[in-house]
Ligand binder design. Structure first.
Ligand SMILES: [Zn+2]
Ligand SMILES: [Zn+2]
Length: 304
Protein backbone atom coordinates (compact mmCIF):
# COMPACT_ATOMS: atom_id res chain seq x y z
CA UNK A 1 0.00 0.00 0.00
CA UNK A 2 1.14 3.53 -0.78
CA UNK A 3 0.54 6.49 1.50
CA UNK A 4 1.23 10.21 1.47
CA UNK A 5 2.19 11.93 4.69
CA UNK A 6 1.87 15.71 4.84
CA UNK A 7 4.52 16.81 7.31
CA UNK A 8 4.14 20.50 6.60
CA UNK A 9 1.71 22.47 4.43
CA UNK A 10 2.72 26.09 4.99
CA UNK A 11 4.95 28.40 2.99
CA UNK A 12 7.55 31.03 3.89
CA UNK A 13 6.13 31.94 7.33
CA UNK A 14 5.23 28.89 9.39
CA UNK A 15 2.18 29.26 11.66
CA UNK A 16 0.86 27.38 14.68
CA UNK A 17 -1.23 25.29 12.32
CA UNK A 18 1.13 24.94 9.39
CA UNK A 19 4.75 23.90 9.36
CA UNK A 20 7.17 24.62 6.52
CA UNK A 21 6.69 22.35 3.52
CA UNK A 22 7.54 18.64 3.53
CA UNK A 23 5.71 15.65 2.05
CA UNK A 24 6.64 11.99 2.36
CA UNK A 25 5.56 9.20 0.06
CA UNK A 26 5.53 5.82 1.77
CA UNK A 27 6.14 3.07 -0.73
CA UNK A 28 6.66 -0.49 0.47
CA UNK A 29 9.64 -0.27 2.82
CA UNK A 30 10.72 3.21 1.75
CA UNK A 31 9.93 6.79 2.66
CA UNK A 32 10.65 9.21 -0.16
CA UNK A 33 10.81 12.76 1.17
CA UNK A 34 9.87 15.68 -1.06
CA UNK A 35 11.26 18.91 0.42
CA UNK A 36 12.30 19.34 4.01
CA UNK A 37 11.21 22.59 5.67
CA UNK A 38 12.10 23.54 9.23
CA UNK A 39 10.99 21.03 11.90
CA UNK A 40 10.42 18.22 9.43
CA UNK A 41 12.11 15.71 11.73
CA UNK A 42 9.77 16.64 14.58
CA UNK A 43 6.76 16.23 12.32
CA UNK A 44 8.11 12.79 11.34
CA UNK A 45 8.22 11.90 15.02
CA UNK A 46 4.72 13.24 15.66
CA UNK A 47 3.44 11.06 12.84
CA UNK A 48 5.36 8.09 14.23
CA UNK A 49 7.02 7.40 10.88
CA UNK A 50 10.14 5.25 10.94
CA UNK A 51 13.18 7.50 10.54
CA UNK A 52 15.26 4.56 9.34
CA UNK A 53 13.20 4.42 6.16
CA UNK A 54 14.15 7.93 5.00
CA UNK A 55 17.00 7.28 2.55
CA UNK A 56 16.04 9.48 -0.41
CA UNK A 57 15.30 13.21 -0.29
CA UNK A 58 14.09 15.18 -3.30
CA UNK A 59 14.50 18.96 -3.05
CA UNK A 60 12.52 21.25 -5.35
CA UNK A 61 14.64 24.36 -4.71
CA UNK A 62 16.70 26.07 -2.05
CA UNK A 63 14.29 28.62 -0.60
CA UNK A 64 14.39 28.20 3.18
CA UNK A 65 10.82 26.99 3.59
CA UNK A 66 11.77 23.90 1.56
CA UNK A 67 15.17 23.06 3.06
CA UNK A 68 15.62 24.54 6.55
CA UNK A 69 14.89 21.16 8.11
CA UNK A 70 17.74 19.42 6.29
CA UNK A 71 20.57 19.97 8.83
CA UNK A 72 18.48 18.66 11.72
CA UNK A 73 17.08 15.70 9.82
CA UNK A 74 20.49 14.71 8.45
CA UNK A 75 22.07 14.95 11.90
CA UNK A 76 19.39 12.68 13.30
CA UNK A 77 19.71 10.24 10.40
CA UNK A 78 23.48 10.16 10.99
CA UNK A 79 22.67 8.90 14.47
CA UNK A 80 19.98 6.46 13.42
CA UNK A 81 21.06 2.86 13.45
CA UNK A 82 21.46 1.20 10.09
CA UNK A 83 21.67 4.38 8.00
CA UNK A 84 25.02 4.99 6.40
CA UNK A 85 24.05 6.82 3.25
CA UNK A 86 21.31 9.20 2.14
CA UNK A 87 20.59 10.27 -1.43
CA UNK A 88 19.78 13.92 -1.97
CA UNK A 89 18.41 15.09 -5.29
CA UNK A 90 17.95 18.74 -6.17
CA UNK A 91 18.33 21.44 -8.82
CA UNK A 92 21.62 22.90 -10.02
CA UNK A 93 23.57 24.30 -7.07
CA UNK A 94 22.48 21.58 -4.63
CA UNK A 95 26.06 20.31 -4.05
CA UNK A 96 27.27 23.81 -3.18
CA UNK A 97 24.38 24.55 -0.86
CA UNK A 98 24.87 21.25 0.96
CA UNK A 99 28.60 21.81 1.20
CA UNK A 100 28.13 25.27 2.77
CA UNK A 101 25.39 23.98 5.03
CA UNK A 102 27.67 21.29 6.42
CA UNK A 103 30.52 23.77 6.88
CA UNK A 104 28.33 26.24 8.75
CA UNK A 105 28.20 24.13 11.92
CA UNK A 106 29.87 21.18 13.57
CA UNK A 107 28.27 18.53 11.44
CA UNK A 108 28.35 14.83 12.09
CA UNK A 109 30.20 13.36 9.13
CA UNK A 110 29.34 9.71 9.74
CA UNK A 111 26.59 9.96 7.20
CA UNK A 112 27.60 9.78 3.57
CA UNK A 113 25.58 12.00 1.23
CA UNK A 114 25.11 10.93 -2.35
CA UNK A 115 24.22 14.12 -4.15
CA UNK A 116 22.50 14.39 -7.53
CA UNK A 117 21.98 17.70 -9.32
CA UNK A 118 19.37 17.91 -12.05
CA UNK A 119 19.01 20.60 -14.66
CA UNK A 120 16.16 19.72 -17.02
CA UNK A 121 15.74 21.98 -20.03
CA UNK A 122 12.48 23.51 -21.17
CA UNK A 123 10.25 20.73 -22.66
CA UNK A 124 12.46 18.00 -21.17
CA UNK A 125 11.48 15.25 -18.73
CA UNK A 126 14.56 13.83 -17.00
CA UNK A 127 14.58 10.42 -15.30
CA UNK A 128 16.56 10.93 -12.09
CA UNK A 129 16.12 7.67 -10.22
CA UNK A 130 15.06 4.17 -11.16
CA UNK A 131 14.42 0.98 -9.20
CA UNK A 132 12.92 -2.28 -10.48
CA UNK A 133 9.52 -1.03 -9.26
CA UNK A 134 9.43 2.69 -9.95
CA UNK A 135 11.14 5.65 -11.50
CA UNK A 136 11.37 9.30 -10.51
CA UNK A 137 11.32 12.01 -13.15
CA UNK A 138 11.71 15.77 -13.02
CA UNK A 139 10.95 18.89 -15.05
CA UNK A 140 11.91 22.54 -14.90
CA UNK A 141 9.50 24.92 -13.16
CA UNK A 142 9.04 28.67 -13.46
CA UNK A 143 10.07 30.18 -10.10
CA UNK A 144 12.40 33.02 -9.11
CA UNK A 145 15.28 30.56 -8.57
CA UNK A 146 16.14 27.15 -10.16
CA UNK A 147 13.27 24.90 -9.18
CA UNK A 148 12.15 21.44 -10.30
CA UNK A 149 9.05 19.26 -9.92
CA UNK A 150 9.16 15.48 -9.49
CA UNK A 151 6.94 12.58 -10.43
CA UNK A 152 6.96 9.14 -8.84
CA UNK A 153 5.92 6.59 -11.46
CA UNK A 154 5.28 3.04 -10.37
CA UNK A 155 5.92 0.51 -13.14
CA UNK A 156 3.08 -1.61 -14.53
CA UNK A 157 3.08 -5.17 -13.18
CA UNK A 158 1.87 -8.29 -14.98
CA UNK A 159 0.00 -10.57 -12.59
CA UNK A 160 -1.29 -14.13 -13.00
CA UNK A 161 -5.06 -14.42 -13.37
CA UNK A 162 -5.57 -17.15 -10.77
CA UNK A 163 -8.99 -18.22 -12.11
CA UNK A 164 -7.61 -18.77 -15.60
CA UNK A 165 -4.56 -20.62 -14.25
CA UNK A 166 -6.86 -22.88 -12.21
CA UNK A 167 -9.02 -23.61 -15.23
CA UNK A 168 -5.93 -24.90 -17.04
CA UNK A 169 -4.71 -26.83 -13.99
CA UNK A 170 -1.64 -24.60 -13.77
CA UNK A 171 -2.03 -23.21 -10.25
CA UNK A 172 1.25 -24.62 -8.99
CA UNK A 173 3.08 -24.79 -12.31
CA UNK A 174 6.57 -23.31 -12.62
CA UNK A 175 5.51 -22.27 -16.13
CA UNK A 176 3.56 -19.41 -14.59
CA UNK A 177 6.81 -17.58 -13.89
CA UNK A 178 7.41 -17.44 -17.68
CA UNK A 179 3.91 -16.23 -18.31
CA UNK A 180 4.30 -13.49 -15.67
CA UNK A 181 7.32 -12.23 -17.62
CA UNK A 182 5.10 -11.79 -20.68
CA UNK A 183 6.36 -14.94 -22.45
CA UNK A 184 4.21 -17.59 -24.10
CA UNK A 185 4.17 -21.08 -22.59
CA UNK A 186 3.49 -24.53 -24.04
CA UNK A 187 1.01 -26.92 -22.49
CA UNK A 188 0.49 -30.38 -23.99
CA UNK A 189 1.66 -29.12 -27.36
CA UNK A 190 -0.57 -26.05 -27.26
CA UNK A 191 0.84 -22.54 -27.13
CA UNK A 192 -0.68 -20.28 -24.47
CA UNK A 193 0.07 -16.58 -24.91
CA UNK A 194 0.92 -14.65 -21.77
CA UNK A 195 -2.09 -12.35 -22.28
CA UNK A 196 -4.43 -15.35 -21.87
CA UNK A 197 -3.11 -16.08 -18.38
CA UNK A 198 -2.22 -12.68 -17.01
CA UNK A 199 -3.49 -9.14 -16.56
CA UNK A 200 -1.57 -5.89 -16.27
CA UNK A 201 -1.95 -3.81 -13.11
CA UNK A 202 -1.23 -0.21 -13.99
CA UNK A 203 1.32 1.57 -11.81
CA UNK A 204 0.39 4.77 -10.02
CA UNK A 205 1.74 8.17 -10.94
CA UNK A 206 2.11 10.77 -8.20
CA UNK A 207 3.46 14.26 -8.93
CA UNK A 208 4.94 16.83 -6.58
CA UNK A 209 4.84 20.36 -7.95
CA UNK A 210 5.84 23.17 -5.63
CA UNK A 211 6.82 26.83 -6.06
CA UNK A 212 6.05 27.87 -9.61
CA UNK A 213 3.94 29.87 -12.04
CA UNK A 214 2.05 27.88 -14.67
CA UNK A 215 4.52 26.54 -17.26
CA UNK A 216 4.89 23.91 -19.95
CA UNK A 217 6.98 21.60 -17.73
CA UNK A 218 4.06 21.05 -15.35
CA UNK A 219 1.69 20.00 -18.13
CA UNK A 220 4.33 17.62 -19.50
CA UNK A 221 4.91 16.00 -16.13
CA UNK A 222 1.45 15.69 -14.62
CA UNK A 223 -0.54 14.33 -17.58
CA UNK A 224 -2.84 11.51 -16.39
CA UNK A 225 -1.40 11.52 -12.86
CA UNK A 226 -3.34 9.56 -10.25
CA UNK A 227 -2.42 12.14 -7.63
CA UNK A 228 -1.12 15.65 -8.13
CA UNK A 229 0.32 17.27 -5.00
CA UNK A 230 0.69 20.91 -5.90
CA UNK A 231 1.14 24.30 -4.36
CA UNK A 232 -1.83 26.68 -4.21
CA UNK A 233 -0.36 29.48 -2.16
CA UNK A 234 -3.06 32.08 -2.86
CA UNK A 235 -6.76 32.55 -3.52
CA UNK A 236 -7.05 33.95 -7.06
CA UNK A 237 -10.08 36.08 -6.24
CA UNK A 238 -8.19 37.84 -3.47
CA UNK A 239 -4.50 37.76 -4.33
CA UNK A 240 -3.96 36.95 -8.02
CA UNK A 241 -1.48 39.85 -8.11
CA UNK A 242 0.58 38.34 -5.28
CA UNK A 243 0.74 34.98 -7.07
CA UNK A 244 2.18 36.78 -10.13
CA UNK A 245 4.55 38.92 -8.09
CA UNK A 246 6.04 36.09 -6.01
CA UNK A 247 6.04 33.38 -8.70
CA UNK A 248 3.41 31.20 -7.06
CA UNK A 249 0.08 29.59 -7.93
CA UNK A 250 -3.45 30.44 -6.95
CA UNK A 251 -5.93 27.66 -6.21
CA UNK A 252 -7.83 28.47 -9.42
CA UNK A 253 -4.71 28.13 -11.60
CA UNK A 254 -3.67 24.89 -9.91
CA UNK A 255 -7.14 23.39 -10.40
CA UNK A 256 -7.07 24.38 -14.08
CA UNK A 257 -3.82 22.46 -14.50
CA UNK A 258 -5.35 19.35 -12.88
CA UNK A 259 -8.42 19.63 -15.10
CA UNK A 260 -6.67 20.04 -18.44
CA UNK A 261 -4.22 17.19 -17.74
CA UNK A 262 -6.74 14.51 -16.81
CA UNK A 263 -5.42 14.24 -13.25
CA UNK A 264 -7.48 11.92 -11.04
CA UNK A 265 -6.98 13.56 -7.62
CA UNK A 266 -5.58 16.94 -6.64
CA UNK A 267 -4.13 17.69 -3.21
CA UNK A 268 -3.23 21.34 -2.67
CA UNK A 269 -0.61 22.53 -0.18
CA UNK A 270 1.92 25.37 0.56
CA UNK A 271 -0.68 27.84 1.81
CA UNK A 272 0.06 31.47 2.56
CA UNK A 273 0.15 32.34 6.25
CA UNK A 274 -2.41 35.10 5.60
CA UNK A 275 -5.23 32.53 5.47
CA UNK A 276 -6.35 31.31 8.86
CA UNK A 277 -7.87 28.16 7.39
CA UNK A 278 -8.01 26.59 3.94
CA UNK A 279 -11.79 26.46 3.37
CA UNK A 280 -11.85 29.27 0.79
CA UNK A 281 -8.73 28.03 -1.01
CA UNK A 282 -10.19 24.55 -1.28
CA UNK A 283 -13.58 25.91 -2.40
CA UNK A 284 -11.96 27.96 -5.18
CA UNK A 285 -10.12 24.90 -6.51
CA UNK A 286 -13.17 22.64 -6.17
CA UNK A 287 -15.25 24.96 -8.33
CA UNK A 288 -12.98 23.98 -11.22
CA UNK A 289 -11.74 20.55 -10.17
CA UNK A 290 -14.12 18.68 -7.88
CA UNK A 291 -11.68 16.01 -6.70
CA UNK A 292 -9.55 18.48 -4.76
CA UNK A 293 -8.55 18.23 -1.14
CA UNK A 294 -6.60 20.78 0.90
CA UNK A 295 -3.81 19.09 2.83
CA UNK A 296 -3.23 19.88 6.49
CA UNK A 297 -0.27 19.19 8.75
CA UNK A 298 0.07 15.57 9.90
CA UNK A 299 -2.53 14.33 7.38
CA UNK A 300 -2.00 10.82 6.02
CA UNK A 301 -3.61 9.83 2.76
CA UNK A 302 -3.70 6.17 1.65
CA UNK A 303 -3.49 5.95 -2.15
CA UNK A 304 -5.99 3.62 -3.77
ZN1 LIG B 1 7.94 27.86 -0.84
ZN1 LIG C 1 10.21 29.28 -3.38
Amino acid sequence: MMKLHFLGTGCMMPTKERNHLATALEYEGEMLLFDCGEHTQLQIKKMKLALGKFRKIFISHWHGDHVLGLPGLLMTLANTQGIEEVEIHGPKGTSDYLHHMRKSMIFDSKLSLKIFEHEPKEREILTVDESPEYCIKCVKLNHSVPCIAYSFEQKDVRNIDKDKAKLLGLEQSPLLARSKLGLDIELEGKRIPSEDLTYVKKGKKICFVFDTRPCLGIDLLVKNADYLIMEATYIFDQHADKAQEYDHMSAKETAEIALRNNVQNLVITHFSQRYKDTKDIEAEAKEIFEKTCAAYDLMSLPLR
